[in-house]
Design a protein around this ligand. Structure first.
Ligand SMILES: Cc1cc2nc3c(=O)[nH]c(=O)nc-3n(C[C@H](O)[C@H](O)[C@H](O)COP(=O)(O)O)c2cc1C
Length: 131
């Protein structure tokens, strides 16, 4: 059985992507919780940690928001290397580099039990609609 990995209060999972969503930076908490090494994460599409319980609509909304220059917030269920999973309270936002290119950063902290419960309900509904 795949189990839930619970974040601690001081866990902060950080990643940065290029404009195509390929991971260009991952911090040590990302590696610790997901079980992937930095080498395994860097250069890969961020969808490598997508959990099948996550509706595509959530990420469409994330991309639409950050591409408009805005900050996106949401509750996300992610996949670990060994099939376990973890819930995060995620914030994603764009940064413009001096060369005019855009990159995207996401910072993730421990969600509350209520936030997970609400997200689970909403995503179940969305997933059904997507099938
Ligand atoms: C800064 C940033 C962080 C992201 N973090 C995650 C994440 O933690 N988990 C995830 O499944 N997708 C994340 N995504 C979204 C993925 O790029 C992708 O859209 C998503 O996994 C769905 O895959 P798909 O676009 O192939 O349908 C992130 C995107 C950005 C820009």
């Amino acid at each position: 059985m795949n189990k839930e990995i619970k974040l601690s209060k001081n866990t902060m999972i950080v990643s940065e992507t290029n404009s195509k969503g390929h991971i260009i930076y991952a911090n040590s908490d990302f590696c610790k919780i997901s079980g992937f090494t930095k080498e395994e994460l860097i250069g890969k599409p961020h969808s490598m940690v997508r959990h099948e319980d996550m509706p595509r609509a959530a990420f469409k909304d994330l991309w639409k928001t950050v591409q408009k220059g805005k900050t996106w917030k949401g509750i996300v269920k992610n996949l670990c290397k060994n099939g376990d999973y973890y819930w995060v309270n995620a914030t994603a936002y764009p940064v413009e580099k001096s060369n005019g290119k855009h990159r995207f950063i996401s910072v993730r902290i421990k969600p509350t039990a209520k936030e997970i419960e609400n997200a689970q309900k909403a995503y179940k509904k969305l997933l059904k609609e997507e099938k």
